[in-house]
Design a protein around this ligand. Structure first.
Ligand code: AMP
Ligand code: ZN
Length: 467
């Protein structure tokens, strides 16, 4: 399996540290507002990477944080006159709801910054003890020049970066490229007690600490949007490797931006749609399908036209699946096998399944993987009809449903019968029996059975349960 590694700017064979296991960390959202669909891109993309790795048999430990203390959260809390914790809690809940809607599975662990402050204080202290950090008047800075590998992820050079940046007279930094690990409390802000006084952590330290705590000092994959390469991920490497003395992450994966009119979608630019706004217009499965229709390292332009075309494509797969299900469930006489054409069709199915896997093995090329699913749909539409054998229909259904499942695409909605609908059908069945219309009564029983509802006729009346 090949993975594009930002650290070396090339596709590399994926070899995890421990056989059969993957330790993966994905930088999560800052919860100061509803997430927008740009934030949804890394969620969907890396959830798909996780699903594929699991499909390949890896045991994936997937950690993704919520940044729940930060300037923007504090600003919003002041604006609304509520606590920062209330803001963070509200938007964390909303983000989890959106993730569920997009069929993004919960991480193995979703740590929150505010619950990991002790670990951050410990790592900052280690960095001070090792000479990689220093304190000035309650602020702790990272001594960037001391870390020899600084710039290895982004390809930036400290001298180029600091050229032109002057240290202000009142600046406490030794070097303009030093960054904050801990900042002193300001009036009205949430704060924690530390060896450097009351204060709160800088942003970058939380990911180094959480990754280390939940996954260990060296991990396989660290991921996020490409805007995080510099400075966030560069700083994470500096913190983790200086503190732990071992390589931090072997593979760095970054998704390209979701754009609108070729500009990055962002809250600050005001050109964004929240996931909730999109959910009011389209099922979120369509959003997921749209995101995966492009390779994750290609910029993707959002438009209504592209969403409509994603909706139509998803519908085509779903129609094929529902036709197959209908044929499978219908009572028409099935010829057991129709010889050589079935053999040919079977090998075509296998070939396309391999094509899907080859696309995913090539740095998770979901665009080509979806194309392979369409070829299966096309082959099924022309090969399968009411005389096809149950085996071949089921094989086709299993293939389409499982490949879609690897992408987190639900291509068959299970019809959930509501209790009221079940009772109504039972009453109709009782009425049919009274009229001695046993054919209709049996039909209703069969219909319910297919939907997993089992009827039991007792002396007290009809009882039912879900199978
Ligand atoms: P934030 O809440 O801004 O820290 O962002 C959370 C995640 O969303 C990070 O991985 C960002 O890189 C990613 N992200 C933000 N905006 C976009 C965008 N327009 N396209 C793709 N990813 C984005
Ligand atoms: Zn991070």
């Amino acid at each position: 399996m090949k993975v594009y590694n930002t650290l070396n700017n090339r596709k590399e064979e994926f070899v995890p540290i421990e056989e059969g296991k993957v330790r993966m960390y994905v930088c999560g959202p800052t919860v100061y507002n509803y997430i927008h669909i740009g934030n949804a891109r890394p969620m969907i993309v890396f959830d798909t990477v996780r699903r594929y790795l699991e499909y390949k048999g890896y045991d994936v430990n997937y950690v993704s944080n919520f940044t729940d203390v930060d300037d923007k959260i504090i600003a919003k809390s002041i604006e609304e006159g509520v606590t920062a914790a209330e803001i963070a809690e509200r938007y964390t809940k909303a983000a989890i709801e959106d993730m569920e809607g997009m069929n993004v599975r919960p991480a193995t662990v979703h740590p929150k910054a505010t619950e990991e402050i002790d670990g951050m204080i410990d790592m900052i202290q280690t960095l001070i003890d090792k000479g990689y950090a220093y304190e000035k008047n309650g602020t702790v800075f990272y001594r960037t020049r001391k870390f020899k590998g600084y710039g290895k992820l982004s390809g930036k050079n400290l001298d180029d970066l600091s050229a032109g940046i002057r240290i202000a007279v009142d600046d406490e930094k030794e070097d303009p490229m030093d960054f904050v690990l801990w900042k002193p409390k300001k009036e009205g802000e949430p704060s924690w007690t530390s060896p450097w006084g009351e204060g709160r952590p800088g942003w970058h330290i939380e990911c180094s600490v959480m990754s280390n705590k939940y996954l260990g000092s060296s991990i396989d994959i660290h991921a996020g949007g490409e805007d995080l390469i510099f400075p966030h991920h560069e700083n994470e490497i500096a913190q983790s490797e200086a503190a732990n003395g071992v390589p931090f992450s072997n593979y760095w994966m970054h998704n390209a931006f979701l754009n609108i009119n070729n500009h990055k979608m962002s809250k600050s630019a005001g050109n964004f749609f929240t996931v909730k706004e999109i959910a009011a217009k389209y099922p979120l499965q369509v959003l997921r399908f749209f995101m995966l229709s492009a390779h994750y390292r290609s910029p993707l332009n959002f438009s209504d036209d592209l969403m409509a075309s994603a909706a139509a494509s998803l519908e085509r797969i779903r129609n094929a699946v529902s036709r197959l299900r209908f044929i499978a469930d219908s009572d028409t006489e099935k010829t057991s096998d129709n010889g050589s054409t079935d053999e040919e069709y079977r090998s075509k199915l296998l070939e396309l399944k391999n094509k899907f896997e080859a696309a995913m093995e090539d740095d998770f090329n979901t665009a080509d993987a979806i194309a392979a699913i369409f070829e299966i749909v096309k082959a099924a539409n022309s090969h399968i009809d009411s005389r096809s054998s149950a085996e071949i229909i089921n094989e086709t259904l299993d293939t389409i449903i499982s490949l879609c499942g690897i992408l987190g695409i639900i291509c068959e909605e299970k019809e959930e019968l509501l209790d009221a609908d079940i009772e109504a059908l039972i009453n109709e069945r009782q009425a049919a029996r009274k009229e001695r219309n046993f054919a209709r009564a049996d039909e209703i029983r069969d219909e319910l059975e297919k939907k997993g509802i089992i009827l039991e006729d007792t002396r007290e009346g009809v009882r039912w349960k879900r199978a």
